[in-house]
Design a protein around this ligand. Structure first.
Ligand code: CA
Length: 225
């Protein structure tokens, strides 16, 4: 999933970025509210993590602007303030959850997982395509009863495809959601990872799930369309 972190303290944003990248997410960092807003409106993020106190527009203003644009992306607010009134102000502005600094890394990651699950409202927590099952809570993947071991990137790619199962997704959209801006988009990294995934989720007599849509990209579906 692609996540935007808006945080002016470089140490904190580096720490969050590393943790999220280790979970297989693509992470962009903006250091102030204005560039945060520019990023947020330029790219389709799956989650925003906003620090409250920022130079320029603060986190609340960024949150308000995103909601005013009618955009339902999950938002996690970070703040050093833990007064109840502040918390209410944050939630009233349209934030989905709230984390008080300093926080434990494990708690941040748990909240991120919960928010990403909630992402598409009303979605079953488990993703299922045919007999392929991915559980975002445990990050376990099965095909029938066969457990499938994936690297962080393979997992991120599969989760992205499963959340859009039945849709054709272009290579550039996949790049955008699973890899970072700084990644060289001239490479065939998407095709390489699709190849890795296929070799793990389509073994022996198992039916094909990842379909190549010539000239466009890929679609993940139990049956070819
Ligand atoms: Ca700050």
């Amino acid at each position: 999933m692609r996540i935007l972190v808006v945080e002016d303290e470089a140490k904190v944003s580096a720490f969050i970025r590393q943790a999220l990248e280790e979970e297989g997410h693509a992470v962009d960092v903006a250091a102030d509210g204005d560039s945060g807003l520019r990023f947020a409106f330029a790219t389709e993020y799956d989650l925003l993590i906003l620090d409250w106190l920022l130079p320029g527009h603060d986190g609340l203003e960024v949150c308000r602007a995103v909601r005013a644009a009618g955009w339902p992306v999950p938002i996690l607010m970070l703040t050093a303030r833990d007064a109840v009134a502040d918390r209410i102000a944050g939630l009233d502005t349209g934030a989905d959850d709230y984390l008080t600094k300093p926080f434990a890394l494990g708690e941040l990651l748990a909240r991120v997982r919960a928010l990403l699950r909630r992402g598409g409202a009303g979605q079953a927590p488990e993703l299922r395509v045919g007999d392929l099952v991915l559980d975002p809570a445990t990050r376990l993947v099965h095909r029938g009863t066969r457990p499938i071991l994936l690297s962080a990137k393979e997992y991120a790619l599969l989760e992205y495809l499963m959340r859009r199962s039945g849709e054709t997704v272009s290579r550039s959209r996949i790049m955008e959601h699973v890899w970072d801006f700084d990644f060289d988009s001239g490479t065939n990294v998407v095709d390489v990872y699709i190849y890795y995934l296929r070799s793990k989720i389509e073994r022996g007599k198992e039916s094909k799930l990842i379909h190549t849509v010539r000239g466009v990209g890929y679609s993940l579906a139990a049956h070819e369309h």
